[in-house]
Write a protein that binds this ligand. Structure first.
Ligand SMILES: NC(=O)c1ccc[n+]([C@@H]2O[C@H](COP(=O)([O-])OP(=O)(O)OC[C@H]3O[C@@H](n4cnc5c(N)ncnc54)[C@H](OP(=O)(O)O)[C@@H]3O)[C@@H](O)[C@H]2O)c1
Length: 256
């Protein structure tokens, strides 16, 4: 199991960084994708300390050419791809009536099409290794609201895209699942809470507490908890699990 190679996008922060470091226990090489070099170097050090060889590839996944560059550089260095973990996401949380076409396109180009293009470019290698793919959606896919319509819509599309890849994966021997995190404490969550605190004219600390009460959850999730879920999904123990959307959210979604 330890001779495997994984690509992790969004590896400069939050859930992506935590996932790369967690997977360093199970994989020989971790390919770390994001735009910010200094942050990627910090993840790379932690990956090395956890026992795997890091490869930093700075890439803006909104660019169509990025997927090919990532796959080419990975193959040049490691000769194989066993897992592609699509975590990068930065869809703006702007009201439905205020969001411009450009902001919609930018969000979808990165989170939806960035993941789609990378998975397709890596597919021949995943087919050869009988590998795994994870796509990151989010609870907003199940409870869209006007204040975050774009991320909810894109997250719902990601669940559908993962299902389509999984169907192809049954033919090609590639396992594909999506994950739906609930509120996880990261830079993205803090920026959401800051906006929310301003709208409600309360402090950030008050917003953090109020959100938990309104969501009726005991606490925020940690990036490391989502990382454990990803590690399980691509482990031999979960090999029969494919085409599934897996939620980890402290009980935020109340429906069954
Ligand atoms: N935190 C939550 O509560 C929560 C809940 C549900 C779903 N999610 C999803 O989980 C994923 C990770 O979220 P997070 O909370 O960990 O966010 P985060 O801390 O803001 O991290 C976002 C990551 O995406 C990367 N990224 C953004 N734009 C990029 C681009 N154009 N090209 C390449 N990489 C890019 C960032 O790297 P650079 O800036 O260095 O490029 C960063 O590594 C996202 O898809 C998010 O929608 C999060």
């Amino acid at each position: 199991m330890k001779n495997r190679i994984a690509i992790v996008t969004g590896a400069s922060a939050g859930i992506g960084a935590a996932t790369a470091v967690r997977l360093a226990k199970d994989f020989a090489g971790l390919v770390l994708i994001a735009r910010r070099e200094e942050e990627l170097k910090i993840t790379a050090e932690a990956v090395k300390a956890a026992g795997a060889e890091p490869l930093i590839i700075q890439a803006d996944l909104r660019r169509a050419a990025a997927a090919e560059q990532v796959v080419d550089k990975t193959i040049e260095r490691f000769r194989q791809i066993d897992a592609v973990i699509n975590i990068a996401g930065a869809v703006p949380q702007i009201h439905l009536f205020e969001m411009t076409d450009e902001q919609w396109n930018d969000g979808a180009e990165m989170k939806l099409h960035g993941a789609r293009r990378l998975t397709i470019k890596a597919w021949p290698y995943l087919k050869a290794s009988k590998g795994s793919v994870v796509l990151t959606s989010g609870n907003s896919a199940e409870a869209p609201k006007p204040g975050f319509a774009a991320v909810a819509t894109i997250n719902a599309a990601i669940v559908a895209l993962a299902k389509a890849f999984a169907e192809q994966g049954i033919i090609d021997g590639v396992q594909v699942n999506s994950i739906l995190p609930g509120p996880v404490m990261s830079n993205r969550r803090i920026s959401f809470l800051k906006k929310w605190s301003e709208a409600n004219q309360i402090s950030l600390d008050e917003a953090k507490a109020k959100f938990l009460v309104e969501a009726h959850i005991e606490r925020y999730g940690e990036p490391e908890e989502i990382a454990e879920l990803v590690a399980f999904l691509i482990s031999p123990a979960a090999k029969w699990m494919t085409g599934t959307a897996v939620r980890m959210d402290g009980g935020e979604v109340k429906g069954i």
